[in-house]
Design a protein around this ligand. Structure first.
Ligand SMILES: Cc1ncc(COP(=O)(O)O)c(C=O)c1O
Length: 398
């Protein structure tokens, strides 16, 4: 470019600082760029093929891939012990891109009534429109699921079993070993939503894919939405192709914030798990609470299973109130914010029925414990005694 160019021309071509391999910043920079230029288009295809063969990353357009987002993907693969990872703009983007990529008309999605409500909705609405069937079971009654899936689908249709490690909102524990054994027997794929269990647990399972809403514990500060799906390179490549076409891309700045959040993730997850257990023990012994749903409690039906599958039980729990509605109780809380989402540093309280149960029949609501007296709590990093005092006053004992 000419030295005498006009300002409007040279601001588009700022001088570049070239970093040496031996003199890198201690924190990776954010590659906040939509596109990456190449010096020449000549031989581009051969260069691309060569780079891919040697495992080097090549970047052209950030909807397709971006160095900051790729660093996050590599980090998540390490944490969860998977061959590859695809990061996307939200947990729902991870769910929808995965299901759209892997299912075709005539295939069947197997889901559980206790799961995150938008996961049920995607089956009922979007996937149904494209001829993908679905069936719901209870995560607490896998024998019914096993019995119903013995017969193959017509015309060679495939099945995909989609379940949560710990379910949102009322913390039922999935028997991961039993579900993967069933899947192997009937030649189905498995997709595990690990949002509640975090990005460091359930590594040793035989599931084909694990996904997470990174909006929650991974980023941890409630300032970003993101999701990821992890598994073999072959499967992730397939989902990536669909995600690129859907434009379900994660922004590099969001990827940077998640990597920053991940630096404190193990500490936060452990502290939140410990605090949640103390809160659960307090609530368990309170007269105003008829049931506590927390797999860390010995009385919880999922306790033994959780002990074999998980090292930490997480910061999520739910309670069934004896004498007041979920909405009354939540409105009395002072330290817990009344909102959706979870896994951030602040504690949150959510009545489960209006937010997660509207699509269920009356009997399904009762069976899944998603009803008007149940509140989901996400335990943050406040002092545990302060949280207990707040819950006590909202229950009417102080
Ligand atoms: C279990 C579970 N899966 C998926 C999602 C969707 O994640 P996002 O809100 O990042 O789209 C959520 C959100 O709450 C969730 O709880």
């Amino acid at each position: 470019m000419s030295e005498n160019g006009k300002e409007s021309t040279w601001v588009n071509h700022p001088p570049r600082v070239k970093l040496q391999d031996w003199n890198l910043p201690s924190v990776s920079p954010i590659f906040q760029a939509a596109k990456f230029s190449v010096d020449s288009l000549q031989g581009w295809n051969e260069r691309l093929a060569k780079a891919r063969e040697s495992g080097e990353e090549v970047f052209l357009y950030s909807r397709i891939s971006n160095p900051t987002v790729r660093e996050l993907e590599l980090l998540l693969s390490k944490l969860q012990g998977s061959e590859d990872t695809l990061a996307l703009g939200s947990g729902m983007a991870a769910i929808s891109a995965t299901l759209i990529a892997l299912l075709s008309p005539g295939d069947e999605l197997i889901l559980f009534r206790e799961s995150y409500q938008p996961s049920r909705t995607i089956a009922r609405t979007l996937l149904s429109r494209f001829g993908i069937r679905h069936r719901f079971f209870s995560i607490s009654r896998l024998d019914e699921c096993e019995a119903a899936l013995q017969s193959p689908l017509p015309n060679g249709g495939k099945r995909l079993i989609f379940f949560e490690g710990i379910t949102n909102p009322v913390c039922r524990v999935a028997d991961v070993g039993r579900l993967t054994a069933l899947a192997q027997k009937i030649n189905a794929m498995t997709l595990l939503d690990g949002t509640f269990t975090g990005v460091h647990q359930l590594r040793e399972t035989q599931v084909d894919l694990i996904l997470h809403s990174l909006t929650k514990y991974a980023s941890g500060h409630g300032d970003v939405t993101a999701g990821a799906v992890l598994g073999s390179k072959v499967l992730i490549d397939k989902i990536r192709e669909t995600a690129i076409l859907l434009g379900a891309t994660l922004d590099p700045h969001a990827a940077f914030l998640i990597m920053r959040g991940l630096k404190t993730y193990p500490l936060r997850y452990t502290a939140q798990s410990k605090s949640a257990e103390r809160v659960a023990r307090f609530l368990e012994s309170h007269v105003g609470v008829s049931q506590v749903f927390y797999p860390g409690l010995e009385k919880d039906p999922g306790h033994l299973l959780a002990r074999t599958q998980l090292n930490e039980m997480g910061g999520m729990l739910a309670i069934e109130l004896k004498n007041q509605s979920a909405e009354e109780f939540v409105s009395r809380l002072k330290l817990f914010s009344f909102t959706v989402s979870l896994g951030a540093t602040e504690s949150l309280a959510t009545p489960v029925l209006p937010l997660y149960g509207c699509d269920l029949s009356e009997s399904e609501k009762r069976e899944s414990s998603i009803h008007e007296k149940v509140v989901r709590l996400s335990i943050g990093l406040e002092d545990t005694e302060d949280l207990i005092a707040d819950l006590a006053q909202a229950l009417g004992t102080s």
